[in-house]
Design a protein around this ligand. Sequence first.
Ligand SMILES: [Zn+2]
Length: 428
Amino acid sequence: MTAALASVRPSAAALGNDAKSAATAGQDHAGAFWDRQDQALRDKYRARRELAAITSLSRVKKCGRVSTNEGGEVSLHHTPGPEGEPGTAGFGGLATCGSVWACPVCSAKISARRSKDLEQLINWNADRGGTVALLTLTMRHHRGHSLRELRRALSAAWRHLTQSRGWKRWKTDLDMDYVRGVEGTHTDLNGWHLHIHALLIFPTDVSAEIPALTCEVYTRWAAGLAKKGMSATAEHGIDVRVGNGAVEKMGKYISKLAFETAGGRWKRGKRGSRTPFQILADAIDTGNERDVALWQEWEQGSHGMQQLVWSNGLKQRCGVTEVKDEEIAEEDGGGELAGVLPARSWKKIYPVAEDLIIATRHGGVPAARAWLDARGLAFEFEADTTERAVQLDPGDAPFAWLKAALAAEDPEQRRERRRSYYRPATAL
Ligand SMILES: [Zn+2]
């Protein structure tokens, strides 16, 4: 706490923006990097499929499986990468749950975006000569507390703190802003553990004020908890880090929200602590009923909880666009429309969908065609991207234009002639 607050610029890695570091990884490591990316994709997709059988949330059950198109078709998207690197690929026209807490696929997508938002915020703040601190607030708990109970107490105490006169005075005097997140873990010994991470943003160096601020925050936090019959200790209830340490810890928190950071390495944290996604992975691996029940308690207890809350007007000031979790999850992410997979093909692709994405990512449209051909699966693909027979009007509803184009064409003629479909990048 005594360390001077430095203006911090985060490295991409500090905030968990792994994909960004591919270009700088060096040729020797590039192959291994892409292998890891492929493995992470496999882990996420498999986990989501297994999750469909045990989830208590209907949106999660449908995520990535059910087509949102009337005819049940699903689109495949692809954008080539820079010379010598894989591109991106993904599906479109599928239901997405947009759950940052409960879906291995959506959470990764959303967390990646939120991590970029934070990077932008921290760089913006560093540019204006500002400083940051990370405030972590916890409460005492035991196994008898339900997740819902803890969540209620956490929300009430945070509200009590941020609506207090003391907090408002600090906010005005130091021109303080914040982004707050909630983290949940579980141990067999003590049950659920919820805590708050709040990144505090200041336009100037406020090192001298931090001890007094910490003291006041702790008092208000403890008073807020007491109203709900909960408590905190000064020793464990509050932790404040400044400068680089703050950014790193916030980055770790965001990256821990993504399923793949725990993927394949399901080691428990200190004192047997598990993140919800680690509980999910254990539930999938072992089918342990208690883990399944714990996971479902997490799904229900975290439902509707906001991952990150920004103080009023902060996003706008640092130029971060307001996008809902559900909107991020819906983005097909793969770029240009490569082709359309009819419902009967999709049914067979779904159990191994990640393989088609990986093939497309590395080998582009020809690899996707070969993959589908080898399995005898029907598809509508473009053969030559220079022949763009159908132009999408960005105002059109997804696929309305495509359906119209296909309906207007004689089926025989369609088989004869490979069509080319094109969506301008702005529509994605
Ligand atoms: Zn999802």
